[in-house]
Design a protein around this ligand. Structure first.
Ligand SMILES: [Zn+2]
Length: 366
């Protein structure tokens, strides 16, 4: 398929012509290309940097058809690169599918017994096994490893760290020796200093960040994926935790101040990227809402879109819109930096040079 498009290309905001041939972008004219109508803004493929293809909505393992449906849902909203922040199933079969987003896997979640969602991750009875398991998951994933940094400790009745400081350092060093980056699920305050000191590369959620740990994130160049679509569910989590009032109050407090927390991190210079946490308790296909939520948390709308597009792609080592690079981009009729409605309704999604027109929201047809 040979295509021609003309529109405002982001992030540079220049009006230009693009051609697509053999799945690649060309800045030079391609003979015999069909011109796509309805094009206004052309944005490098969006990134959901925290989602879980293979984790069923409502919990449990997805089957192949379900995982494919999740990936299709992401593609249709323009999320063409997914960082899978821990999946209970092996989704490598998706790599064979030219029509599905690229997945960067983090292997399986690594937790301790009773200290995460049951049976979702690998549960270590003895924390001394952490470095070895991290190294194994680093070899299994696509350059990332996911550790559960904190979770409710029912014997304490509040969030608390899962690991000792010393073992985290050993584990993160082990991942780095395998060439993998490490990220951690962290809701509260207490787990953050040791993880950042130990050389972690990214923090997921990060609702417990304080001025002090934000400063540490900046000094250690640690990225943040706030998952605001997920944080919006904290009040429900608190409501269901009637036996743990301290934990419930803590979750409500983290939720209440999350926009200030993200804004403070952004203002300090922490690199922030979009993740919806889809899979499990969040449905797939909500990247537009996450971008919109970041725009309500101290980022400009241009910055929030960048956090999901050109900036996130660069962070994950993927190109933007450039001559000779894969034709993975999203086309909008109106500027996606104006409203949630504009962002949520791409006119076309182009993945590996193939065009996926907008589905009719009522009939589901293209
Ligand atoms: Zn998650």
């Amino acid at each position: 398929m040979r295509l021609h498009l003309r529109g405002v290309v982001l992030p540079d905001d220049d009006v230009r012509d693009l051609w697509v041939r053999d799945g690649l972008i060309s800045f030079e004219p391609v003979a015999g290309a069909d011109t796509l109508g309805g094009t206004g803004w052309i944005v490098p493929g969006l990134v959901d940097a925290h989602c879980h293809v293979g984790l069923r909505y409502g919990g449990g393992d997805e089957d192949r058809a379900g995982a494919i449906a999740q990936a299709e849902t992401e593609r249709d909203v323009g999320a063409l690169l997914l960082r899978d922040a821990g999946s209970p199933i092996d989704t490598r079969f998706i790599d064979e599918r030219e029509d599905l987003p690229k997945i960067i896997r983090a292997g399986r979640h690594i937790a301790r017994p009773k200290r995460y969602i049951r049976e979702l991750g690998i549960e270590l009875d003895d924390e001394r096994d952490l470095p070895q398991i991290v190294a194994e998951q680093a070899r299994f994933g696509d350059g990332w490893v996911k550790i559960v940094g904190d979770w409710i400790d029912r014997s304490v009745g509040d969030l608390s760290p899962l690991w000792s400081d010393a073992i985290l350092k050993e584990a993160i060093d082990a991942a780095h020796r395998e060439g993998a980056r490490v990220t951690a699920h962290v809701f509260g305050e207490d787990a953050l200093p040791a993880l950042i000191d130990a050389g972690i590369d990214c923090i997921e959620h990060g609702t417990g960040l304080t001025d002090e740990t934000i400063d540490m994130m900046v000094r250690h160049d640690v990225a943040l994926v706030p998952t605001l679509v997920n944080i919006a569910t904290f009040p429900e989590i608190a409501d269901s935790a009637t036996k743990y009032p301290v934990y419930a109050a803590h979750m409500r407090d983290l939720h209440r101040r999350v926009r200030d927390t993200v804004a403070a991190a952004h203002a300090a210079g922490v690199r922030i990227y979009t993740g919806t946490d889809a899979g499990g308790s969040i449905e797939h296909g909500r990247i537009a809402e996450e971008i919109d939520a970041l725009a309500g948390a101290g980022l400009t709308r241009h910055e929030a879109l960048g956090a999901s597009s050109w900036k996130a792609r660069e962070w994950l080592g993927r190109p933007g819109i450039a001559h000779g690079e894969p034709a993975d981009f999203v086309v909008y009729e109106s500027d996606p930096r104006t409203t949630l409605e504009a962002l949520a309704a791409p006119a076309y999604v182009v993945l590996r040079g193939r065009v996926y027109p907008r589905r009719d929201p009522v009939t589901g047809h293209r």
